[in-house]
Design a protein around this ligand. Structure first.
Ligand code: PLP
Length: 423
């Protein structure tokens, strides 16, 4: 359910016509619907209303501070994976006690920053990291709240690049070794064991992997309690999938019901780290067709957005629905929708049957709200595109378009390079 709809053959975001934004701001740009974002967050929140929980939005899926602020206003926390993400979440006004910090490679300065900020807990991914956190906390005269990120070895049945809870993945601590790891943690003076955590992957469209993972964590919680290690927080990560094409992921209510059923006898506060399911279908990328060309049996539609703006198709072979902003009677044809980047891997769709598009026309790349702008780069020295938030009949630029001077910010040509060349 989203608020991108055609009215009289024109695409609208809430009560704003998409072509008007394009005319005023130029293309490409990301366009988000406030109503959709709020709705998705509330549906998720309300699904878990019966159990104590914190919804920590996964900042890496969409890190714009205005977007973060929407969820903070709804009572949400943040799941961060870097000092930079923590900075963003704090700038947006997050309650530090609702922040969890995940990731396999936390640096000392990042750990210190998180300790200074008073976050709820670190999701620890290795024994060396555990020691580093203990050392930092000791130096700072603090106690670090921690949970261990368990790798439960369950197959999330998703794309291999976005599965994280299998033995061969770099994430978390082997479930077989986790009891020992907790015992080690208990011996440390400057950490406070408060939780257990897992995050098994992304774009998961079945319930069973979540329930399997939860079952494995539950057993561990009982074993830990027998040893006097109390677990207050059970962090089940994120990963719930969305519909990009034909997928039929469980509704957050079904997901919640299964989890609530499977966790009846554990008294824990749950933490969830949803990203994609909240923002994925709440944003689109709007682009303009620059040229079309055909060679032998191939048609190309060249648009002004490329893999540097939206890398998911190139990186994961992801499907994004691509549609004209203005509908009219037209035949469809088989085409590659490609960007201006000098890479053959620069495409938004390959061999896709789409309505025949002409140069100058606007296209909407759907379901681009998650891992869209956050993965954007300046490759080919292309300024990053603006992010725009629609609320009702108004729109707000929540990140302005970069200009050429942004591209070389921080660069310096050393003086010797200006001296006349020596022979
Ligand atoms: C990426 C990530 C998430 C969010 O995943 P989604 O699939 O977007 O819900 C949550 N937790 C951790 C640790 C992550 O790395």
């Amino acid at each position: 359910m989203d608020y991108f709809n055609y009215i009289d053959n024109k695409l609208w975001c809430e009560e704003v016509p998409v072509d008007e934004v394009a005319d005023e701001l130029g293309t490409p740009f990301y366009l988000y619907s406030h109503r959709t974002l709020t709705r998705h967050f509330r549906v998720f929140e309300e699904a878990f209303a019966d159990i104590p929980h914190i919804t920590c939005f996964s900042v890496k899926s969409n890190s714009n501070t205005a977007i973060l602020r929407i969820f903070i206003n709804e009572g949400g926390g943040a799941d961060v994976v870097s000092g930079g993400e923590l900075y963003r979440a704090l700038k947006a006004g997050v309650d530090p006690e609702k922040v969890v910090y995940s990731g396999v490679g936390k640096r000392t300065d990042e750990i210190e920053y998180a300790l200074r900020s008073g976050i709820l807990m670190f999701n620890v991914e290795s024994s060396q990291e555990l020691e580093a956190i203990n050392d930092c906390a000791g130096r700072m005269g603090k106690k670090a709240g921690i949970s261990l990120r368990i790798n439960p070895n369950v197959d999330p049945m998703t794309h291999p690049h976005i599965s994280t809870g299998l033995k061969e993945n770099k994430f978390g601590i082997d479930i077989e070794r986790s009891l020992d790891e907790y015992r080690q943690a208990k011996k440390l003076d400057h950490v406070d064991i408060i939780g257990i955590d897992c995050h098994i992957g992304s774009q998961i469209t079945e319930i069973s992997p979540f329930v399997d993972a939860l079952g494995r964590l539950k057993k561990l919680i009982y074993l830990l309690r027998e040893e006097g290690i109390g677990i207050k927080y059970l962090d089940l990560g994120g990963g719930l999938g969305i519909t990009y094409d034909q997928e039929t992921p469980p509704h957050p209510q079904e997901y919640a019901r299964a989890i609530i059923d499977a966790s009846k006898d554990i008294e824990c506060t749950f933490i969830f780290e949803p990203g994609r399911v909240i923002v994925g279908n709440a944003g689109i990328l709007v682009s303009r067709v620059l040229y079309t060309k055909s060679s032998d049996d191939k048609n190309f539609v060249i648009v002004d957005a490329g893999m540097n703006d939206l890398i998911r198709p190139s990186l994961y072979d992801s499907y994004h629905h691509i549609q004209p902003v203005i509908l009219k009677d037209r035949e469809s044809f088989l085409a590659d929708v490609v960007g201006p980047i000098c890479e053959s891997g620069d495409f938004l769709a390959k061999g896709r049957k789409i309505p025949r598009l002409n140069n100058g026309e606007l296209v909407a790349v759907m379901s681009a709200g998650a891992y869209g702008f956050t993965m954007a780069s300046n490759y080919n020295s292309r300024p990053k595109v603006p992010e725009v938030l629609v609320k009702d009949d108004r729109y707000y630029v929540i990140r302005e378009r970069e200009d050429y001077s942004d591209l070389i910010r921080g660069e310096e040509i050393p003086a010797f390079l200006y001296e006349s060349a020596e022979l």
